[in-house]
Design a protein around this ligand. Structure first.
Ligand SMILES: Cc1cc2nc3c(=O)[nH]c(=O)nc-3n(C[C@H](O)[C@H](O)[C@H](O)COP(=O)(O)OP(=O)(O)OC[C@H]3O[C@@H](n4cnc5c(N)ncnc54)[C@H](O)[C@@H]3O)c2cc1C
Length: 568
């Protein structure tokens, strides 16, 4: 977004009556924004970083019912999650895809007592890996819970011989494997962005004011005013909301402190993931996610993501979400875990092309280990008090998967307080490039039609559909002069795509483009020459001077080298 366009948005905010301020544009803040805006509430969404750059950019990328939460007796959460997962497979089919998930086991009855003890919240002594019987019970309940509008097959169990053939390199002492279905989200950051762009487009002609700003942090409040710092513009502005939604995820308590509230709602837990360039492991996974138990009784996962492998994750209590990164001990832990699962497949640090870390915004709980804290969501309301004239609703916990349901509950609470009625239901609302996205059996015909309509090669249209879903804005950008020119450093990407992203997708910094609008960093393809080439296309569109462009390149490469340990 050019600075002049951003200045116009801020001028609009200053002159409007904003009823609700949402602090935090992770998936839960964005979902609440969408619910409120579509229902006629005037609302401003701000984030101190880019949209979807906090925890919401760092999940295991599963849209899942949460089979493991059955052991903790969290039936409400599992029912809601399976339901939302099935809806997302329909509403965002361009980004949310079915994923076969396979659990290997090494005994028949192992873990039976441990699981029962966990279920009844009794202390677990010693540990045994979960055996076939426990997993079979869990999967049968899971299938039953996902039965409404079933979107994928039920579970299947296979014997040792078939398992060893299907997953070469797996621990040969396996007695059986079981496969159930969940889903993966290929680009969570893009889904978040699409929810924002859809909402702004759908409310453009309505009479209430809605705006979303990245790189805009809430810095203080006093009386009825909240002050926001606009980082790119280097200025501050104030608004007077009737109500504030604190969707700060792991930052909820520091955000509340800025609003004059002393809260202790969050007990953050960090989790790291690695992305590997490892063709042998990729082949061994055979298109499945392996969901397996580690030597310390935790569940880890590994699955193919494009031509890479994603491995995760850790679960470590942390206090400061601003300083987390994937450390050496976590890498050792994940290497050891994978060596137990696939002893026949060597995996070293050389295979790692990217890593990322996030902090789960779990409810504060002093008494249990982080692994046992509830993954359900809840809302704490701090009523107006003292000088503060507005209530603050803090959104605690919540899975990526359940964002729509959580946003719906949060919006209903807010609308109840504002005495506004709901008129729009998002349950069946398609998202972004998922609108009119063709089913597999009609994809070729639809691609051909679009290719003819835009006078583009069908192969180009099919690549765009895979990356962005049905996004005719991108197709149209490719028809402009030079739009079809491939990037020299990565010919599968086209100039027109980069231009479209710069002009239409709220880019402020170069790393927005490399890390979140595309999967270039995640896939370990962001080489130094690619970063420089993309910067040279972005610079004139973003009005970056020569020195500003050099700073953007340096900032991006620094992030790739340090936090993300990507290849540059
Ligand atoms: C390791 C890991 C794996 C996970 N895996 C999965 C999974 O596979 N599936 C699943 O469903 N869920 C998963 N989750 C859970 C899910 O990712 C999170 O629960 C969810 O993303 C939380 O979103 P949020 O919007 O509440 O928080 P965030 O995404 O963290 O958003 C909070 C935002 O507040 C902003 N903010 C902070 N302070 C300020 C300020 N002063 N002014 C303005 N903005 C501010 C931050 O910049 C941030 O963007 C996982 C989480 C982790 C950590």
């Amino acid at each position: 977004m050019k600075s002049s366009e951003r200045a116009a948005v801020i001028d609009g905010i200053k002159s409007a009556d904003i009823d609700v301020l949402i602090i935090g544009a992770g998936i839960n803040g964005v979902s609440t924004f969408r619910e409120l805006a579509l229902n006629g509430v005037s609302v401003l969404l701000v984030d101190k970083q880019d949209f979807c750059a906090g925890t919401s950019a760092a999940p295991s990328r599963l849209i899942h019912g949460g089979i493991k939460y059955l052991e903790n007796g969290e039936f409400r959460l599992v029912a809601e999650s399976t339901h939302e997962r099935n809806r997302l497979l329909h509403n965002a089919p361009h980004l949310v895809k079915p994923l076969p998930c396979t659990v290997p086991f090494y005994s028949w009855f192992g873990g039976l007592f441990n699981s029962a003890f966990k279920f009844f919240r009794l202390p677990v002594k010693g540990f045994k890996k979960r055996g076939r019987l426990v997993v079979k019970i869990g999967m049968s309940i899971y299938d039953w819970m996902g039965r409404k509008r079933r979107a994928m097959p039920t579970h299947k169990i296979r014997g040792a011989k078939e398992s060893l053939q299907m997953f070469p390199g797996i621990d040969p002492s396996v007695i059986s494997t079981a496969t159930y279905y969940d889903a993966l989200i290929t680009q969570p950051e893009r889904l978040c962005l699409e929810l924002i762009t859809d909402t702004l487009a759908d409310t453009e002609s309505l009479n209430h004011h809605c705006a979303a700003l990245n790189y805009a942090s809430v810095v203080s409040s006093s009386g009825d005013e909240v002050t926001v710092a606009d980082e790119p513009g280097g200025q501050f502005f104030t608004i007077q909301p009737k109500l504030v939604v604190n969707a700060g995820g792991p930052w909820i308590d520091p955000v509340n402190a800025l609003l004059g509230i002393d809260s202790h709602y969050i007990g953050g837990s960090k989790g790291s993931h690695l992305i590997l360039d490892h063709p042998q492991m990729l082949a061994s996974l055979n298109g499945h996610m392996m969901y397996f138990e580690t030597g310390d009784n935790r569940l880890c996962l590994a699955y193919p993501i494009g031509d890479r492998v994603l491995v995760g994750t850790t679960d470590i209590r942390v206090d400061d979400p601003d300083t987390v990164k994937c450390d050496e001990a976590e890498i050792d832990y994940l290497i050891t875990a994978m060596a137990e699962l696939l002893p026949g497949i060597p995996f070293t640090r050389e295979h790692i092309v990217y890593s990322y870390t996030g902090v789960r915004p779990l409810p504060f709980d002093d008494g249990v280990g982080v692994g046992s804290v509830s993954r359900d969501h809840s809302i704490e309301v701090d009523e107006a008090s003292g000088e503060r004239t507005f209530d603050v609703a803090s959104l605690i916990g919540g899975k990526w998967t359940t964002f729509r349901a959580f946003g719906e509950v949060a919006a209903d609470l807010v609308m109840g307080k504002l005495k506004q009625a709901r008129s729009v239901d998002t349950y069946k609302l398609a998202i972004g490039g998922g609108r009119d996205f063709p089913a597999a059996d009609t994809a070729d015909a639809v691609n051909q039609q679009l290719a003819e309509a835009y006078k583009l090669p069908a192969s180009v249209v099919s690549g765009i559909m895979q990356r962005y879903g049905r996004n005719e804005g991108v197709l149209s950008a490719l028809t402009e002069e030079g739009g079809l020119t491939p990037l020299a450093a990565l010919p599968s990407f086209l100039h027109g795509e980069i231009r479209y992203i710069c002009e239409r997708e709220f880019v402020v910094h170069l790393d927005d483009l490399i890390f979140r609008r595309t999967t270039l960093a995640l896939e370990g393809r962001a080489t130094e020459s690619l970063v420089a080439e993309i910067a040279s296309i972005a610079a004139p569109l973003m009005n970056w001077s020569e020195s500003c462009t050099a700073d953007e390149i340096a900032r991006c490469n620094h992030r790739l080298r340090t936090n993300a340990r990507g290849v540059v």
